[in-house]
Every structure is written in C-alpha cells, then in structure tokens.
Design a protein around this ligand. Structure first.
Ligand code: ADP
Length: 491
C-alpha cells in the first residue's frame, strides 16, 4: 500500500494524517505547542516549535511504514499567521504573529483614514483588518531591530506558515506559497493574481521578501527523509482545504465548519464576486492552473456559545449534552438567544451589539435557554448563507458540514429545517487534512476529480421537515431579536 501524508498545522496543534491510496484515513498524530501572550491583544507562536512539532508528528506517523511508500505530502495550515526569517540561516527574526493578534489595529485605522478600504476590497477581496498578514509584516519590519538592514542585504524572507514549513523542509531550496494562503495576506491582488504593488508601496514592504505564488496542487519542492525525496504536491489554507476536502467543486457549493466560530465558504467558480454585505472574497483551490474564487463569512461565536453554557452558566456538563436536552422539550415558542458576546459580524457588522435572551416567561427553564443557544448556531449560519446567495446570485444546493458541533443531530436537523436545504455530514470529518491530501494526490496522479467525489461518504443526510410558513415565522423572530441587540453599548 502507498500513502499520502497530510500535514495539518493548526493554531493550537500540529498534526499529521496518513491517507492510503484508496483515500482511507489510516492514522493521526498530534502535538500541541505553546501559545505566547506577551501583552494584552498580542498572540505569538515560536516558529521553531511549529516546525519541530510538525516534524515530530510526521516521524511518529510514518514510523511503521517505509519512506518509499509515501507518494507525496500535502500541507494545510492556520491562515494569515506571519513569519519573517533570515534566508541564509533559516532562523526566524521574530516570533510568528498569529492571526488573532490585534497589535496592528492602529495601522489598519490609518489605512482606513487614508481611504484604502475600497481599494483593498476591490483588489484583495478583504476588509482592512489586523487579522490578515499585511500589517503584521509591516510591524515586524518597522519594530524588530536589524530587520531593515538585513532587508538591504537581501537576506529576509516572509511567509505564511505553509511557506515557513516548506522553506525548512526543502532545506532552504523553495520559497513558495499557494494562491489560497497568498489571498489572506491583504497584499495579494486576487484579480490580477500577483502581489499588489500599490499596497506594497503604501506599507513599505519590499517585493524581495515575498514568496512565489503557485497553484494549490503543484510542485512545492521535496522533503528528503531518510535519504528518500518525497514531493510536496499540495498546499492550501485550512478553510479552503476543507472546502476542497468536502468536494465543493461546483459553483454554489458551500461548506460550514461548526467549531468555536463557524466558517462558511461558497465556491463561486471563476468569477470574482464582491460582497455587498460584508463577506470577503478569497481564492479557493481548483483543478486547473487558475484558482477558483470563494465567498467567505464567519460567525464569531458558535461553539463558543456552547462553551458559555458549560463554563459560565454551568448549566450543562459537556457540549454534547445539548442534543439530548434540546430533544427533551417541546419546540420553542419565541425564545431566542443572540450570542453577540463580541458584537456581530456579517451581515450586521455591529461591534456595539451584545448578547441577549428574548421571550422569557414564567415557565422558561434552563433547558429552553440551552435549546435556544444551540439553535443560534443555525440562525447565524442562515444569516450568512442568505447573503452568500444574494451576493453570488447562486442558490444553495446542499450544505456540507464539519467541525466539532456538526456531530449534534438536533442542530443539523434544525439547520436543514431553517435552510430548507439538505445538510450532509461526511463520515470523515477531518475534511481539512483530507483536502490537503487530495491536492497532493491529484498532482501525484493517484486520484482524479471523480475519485475524490466518490470518496465522499455521507455519514448522515438531514432534510427539512417543516413548511415554509413555520420556517419564516421562526426566522422572523430571530431577525427581530437580533435587531434589538443593535448598538447596545454605544455611548
Ligand atoms: P475548534 O477547531 O474551533 O477548536 P472544534 O471543531 O473542535 O472547534 O469544535 C469544538 C466546538 O464545538 C466547541 O466550541 C464545542 O463547544 C462545540 N461542540 C462540540 N461538540 C458539540 C456538540 N455535540 N454539540 C454542540 N456543540 C458542540
């Protein structure tokens, strides 16, 4: 048997997964690494620890197979996180600044003052935010001693985590990234498919430090392991890898990951669509040399609301209890929990909104609050899908789900009822790693599109069991509730 290895470099852990030629998952290794919080709002990782844990899990994973049997490697990674290193020694010049890090908010404010918002949106598909790599790169260049002088000597390189890993495991031979990761930097022009000169000039980021950008399924270099050269043939940022891993290959196909937050991506094919409702446009994986486009929306508080029930309210013991409890009581009448704990994202974009519970009566019990909190994941998902349909002009055909909370059958049935669409949960919910594996396997010619589609085994399909009127009544109630949380803390 021959294998593909998927490296899944996440925000809290490095993982390696073994996929056999038949597309079956045969093993997983995982190692957590340190989260570094130097100041409030700052989040860093040690790039060397990212690299060492990633290599360790790889070695543990393949210890029982011969390196000759590894066909190729696929990489998927936490997106936007920024590393700057010395090209000669391969040593990082600063810790990795993680996507969650807010230290560059002031640079973003300045960009907005300088009226760059529409330029950024039209050319990178993004909204100006410290989340993306651009201002993190600028911060390192401007604030870390020695970086500027090293740039003059042409000894500095930038990369997102994929690039950083590839540079090291190819023995400093390849400084590359893929379209999906480049599209999260806020300096990559996703219309022209090149680094954006205007933004580079504005931020004073030299082009010499940037990686070459290639298609997600292509040759990224070789990792020499025990004397065997193993090609790296697939790379994609985590959400795009999941979209591909779920075989969302056609226009209008959507996946939703129900984790701490929700991440929704809709494949919009070869058309660059701009959102009028606060979604972002990004590059997705494809089967040819040109990437596809996707619309992306996220819900800030999804599984985190379930954690709130457990850790703050202490009314459940574990997240999965919510399913049983939701099923144990009758359908809710006008009770809604709006978990706007950190304001509201798309499509509302109200930073001053805060969480609220509506519709309490004398007989409301904790079960009702638990059920309504669980349902809020589905309502927030519908909010985003509605605008995705509007922005793209494409109708949702089916929703493919993954992430921890997709195991909740009550939630999935409720989601299907609310969307009036089929909701499909795959057997293998490791869709991110599978996506990276598929990209590598495609380039290595062991799979084709049809085989990937055939490999999608559905664990369970949910279909709507309610009528239009009931659906509209439920959703109108949600909209009313959300509207009442607007501007709650505005002075
Ligand atoms: P992340 O990758 O963001 O850490 P996961 O995909 O591991 O998240 O999903 C974990 C999240 O999903 C947690 O926030 C948890 O509260 C929630 N969750 C996990 N299982 C269930 C369940 N059966 N029902 C509802 N929520 C769940």
């Amino acid at each position: 048997m021959k294998y593909i290895v998927a490296l899944d470099q996440g925000t809290t852990s490095s993982r390696a997964l073994l996929i056999d030629e038949n597309g079956k998952l045969k093993g997983i290794q995982q190692k957590e690494f340190k989260q570094i919080y130097p100041k409030q709002g700052w989040v860093e990782h040690d790039p060397n620890e990212i690299l060492s844990t990633q290599i360790q899990v790889f070695e543990e994973l393949v210890s029982s197979i011969s390196p000759e049997d590894i066909i190729s490697i696929g990489i998927t990674n936490q997106r936007e996180t920024t590393v700057i290193w010395d090209s000669e020694t391969g040593k990082p010049l600063y810790n990795a600044i993680v996507w969650q890090d807010k230290r560059t908010s002031n640079i973003c404010d300045q960009m907005k003052k300088d009226e760059l918002e529409s330029y950024v949106k039209e050319n990178t598909g993004l909204v100006i935010d410290s989340y993306f790599s651009a201002t993190k790169i600028k911060w390192i260049i401007d604030n870390v001693e020695g970086v500027k002088s090293k740039i003059k000597e042409n000894k500095v390189l930038f990369g997102t985590i994929d690039s950083w890993l590839i540079y090291n495991i190819t023995s400093f031979n390849n400084h590359v990234t893929d379209y999906t990761n480049a599209s999260r930097t806020m300096i990559y022009n996703i219309k022209k498919l090149e680094w954006d000169n205007e933004l580079l000039n504005y931020l004073e980021i030299p082009k010499s430090i940037l990686p070459r950008v290639i298609n997600s399924s292509s040759e990224f270099g070789h990792f020499t392991y025990k004397g065997i050269k193993i090609p790296i043939n697939g790379v994609a940022g985590d959400q795009q890898a999941a979209l591909f891993g779920q075989a969302c290959f056609e226009d209008g196909m959507v996946k939703n990951t129900y984790g701490t937050g929700c991440f929704l991506l809709m494949n919009t094919g070869k058309n660059f669509k701009l959102s009028n409702n606060g979604l972002i446009s990004t590059l997705a994986c494809s089967f040819d040399n040109k990437p596809n486009y996707a619309l992306e929306g996220s819900v800030f508080i999804a599984g985190a609301a379930i954690q709130w029930l457990r850790d703050s309210l202490k009314i459940i013991n574990k997240a999965s209890d919510t399913e049983k409890i939701a099923l144990s009581i009758e359908k809710l009448e006008d009770i809604y929990v709006v978990p706007a704990f950190a304001g509201l994202g798309a499509p509302y974009w109200d930073m001053y909104s805060r969480g609220a519970i509506f519709g309490l009566t004398r007989d409301t019990g904790k079960e009702h609050i638990i059920k309504a909190t669980l349902e809020s994941l589905a309502y927030q998902t519908k909010d985003i899908i509605d605008v995705m349909e509007k922005d793209s002009g494409l109708k949702l055909t089916s929703l493919k789900v993954d992430g921890g909370a997709c195991m909740n059958n009550y939630l999935m049935q409720f989601q299907s009822d609310l969307l009036d669409s089929e909701v499909n949960r795959p057997e293998i919910i490791e869709t991110t790693a599978m996506g990276a594996g598929y990209l590598a396997g495609l380039k290595s010619n062991i799979w084709d599109k049809d085989q990937i589609i055939k490999n999608q085994k559905i664990d369970r399909s949910f279909n709507s069991k309610i009528g239009k009127m009931e659906r509209e009544m439920m959703y109108n109630g949600w909209k009313k509730a959300v509207n009442r949380t607007f501007n709650w803390i505005e002075k």
